[in-house]
Design a protein around this ligand. Structure first.
Ligand SMILES: NC(=O)C1=CN([C@@H]2O[C@H](COP(=O)(O)OP(=O)(O)OC[C@H]3O[C@@H](n4cnc5c(N)ncnc54)[C@H](OP(=O)(O)O)[C@@H]3O)[C@@H](O)[C@H]2O)C=CC1
Ligand SMILES: CC(C)(CO)C(=O)C(=O)O
Length: 309
């Protein structure tokens, strides 16, 4: 068994670190040679949600700069993609093509939509899985990660490859052994769109108003905008026949409550001066709406406002 983690950011360090600690051979592929060298030397410092800290010794993992170290002798069984969507460019796709082998499977952890189609096209015939996680991870430095909230991770087969579920089950078992709450989703497409709407409602508003998730519920004006973004999104889903739960608005309110002290990933990006995932979240809802001639003024406005930050 060999697992490749592509992107040693918050999620990559969390999942790769805990998998390595559980005894699975993990190879990290980083953007910079500096981070790879540091990971090999220092390992990973992981602070759990309860505040306890564990160290994953550098000898338990290997790290290489992506695209600069040649191709490994042995391809990994699992390639776990934990970059942001915007990092998936031609260079990264060409690197993925180089490191996949005939037995490799790819699992993608990105929020938003669009990446699965991109990777599916670049790696035809390679089994592709989506992961939807409610883990909350924050990278503190190149080798340190904070597990801000312990969540659930669902793994599922990308729709057109439904016969490959047994592999997903084996990946779920690895995650569970490593200390994650993980399960196989029979309908990951539904989960992808459920998470898309949650992110499309919560993330831009927290980023624009500089609020934590819980503060979105503090007055009727804010609640009114949450409701508008939710309703517009559901209108689009209905036009496309995308299955969704009847109580989506209540689910979004619950996520705000259960992650009330969280700084959303979009607000985090804005605070750090990093590009956000607005194009892959609200931008996609606007694109879908326009293709069907549906008006989504709320999504269009927050999309433009966040892009302009
Ligand atoms: N963090 C979380 O709790 C959650 C995140 N997600 C989703 O997971 C995805 C990853 O998020 P997160 O971990 O927070 O993001 P981060 O920005 O922390 O991590 C992304 C990592 O990818 C690296 N990277 C960029 N380009 C390349 C490349 N060409 N080759 C190798 N590595 C590369 C970056 O390197 P560098 O730092 O050097 O630029 C960075 O370490 C996002 O789509 C996010 O929406 C989903 C649920 C929860
Ligand atoms: C669910 C939510 C909004 C939790 O913060 C999230 O996924 C994010 O911040 O991107």
């Amino acid at each position: 068994m060999q697992i490749d983690i592509i992107g040693a950011g918050a999620l990559g360090l969390l999942f790769g670190g805990k998998l390595a600690a559980s005894g699975v051979p993990v190879r990290f592929w980083t953007r910079t040679a500096e981070q790879a060298a540091k990971l090999n030397k220092e390992g990973i410092r992981l602070t759990e949600a309860d505040g306890s800290t564990t160290f994953v010794n550098g000898k338990r993992l290997k790290a290489f700069p992506a695209g600069e170290s040649g191709v490994p002798d042995r391809a990994a069984e699992w390639l776990v993609l934990t970059t942001k969507q915007r990092h998936i460019d031609a260079k990264l796709l060409s690197f993925l093509k180089q490191i996949v082998g005939p037995e490799s499977k790819v699992v993608c952890f990105q929020n938003g939509i669009g990446h699965l189609e991109l990777i599916g096209k670049a790696l035809p015939g390679i089994p592709l899985y989506a992961a939807i996680t409610t883990e909350g991870a924050k990278r503190l430095d190149e080798c340190s990660v904070n597990r801000a909230g312990q969540g659930t991770t669902q793994i599922g087969v990308n729709r057109d490859m439904a016969d490959l579920e047994s592999h997903a089950e084996s990946f779920v078992k690895l995650l569970v052994k490593a200390g994650f709450t993980a399960l196989l989703s029979k309908d990951i497409g539904r989960e992808v769109y459920r998470k898309l709407l949650i992110n499309a409602v919560i993330n831009p508003l927290t980023a624009l108003w500089r609020l934590n998730n819980g503060q979105l519920l503090e007055n009727d004006e804010r609640m009114g905008l949450l409701q508008q973004l939710c309703d517009e999104g559901l209108h689009v889903y209905e036009a496309y026949g995308i299955p969704h739960d009847a109580d989506m608005f209540n689910q979004i309110v619950k996520v705000c409550r259960s992650t009330s002290t969280n700084i959303s990933s979009m607000l985090k990006d804005v605070q750090q001066g990093a590009p956000t995932e607005i194009d892959q979240i609200n931008g996609k809802i606007v694109e879908m709406a326009h293709s069907k001639g549906i008006a989504v003024p709320g999504h269009e406005m927050v999309w433009r406002l966040v892009r302009a930050l």
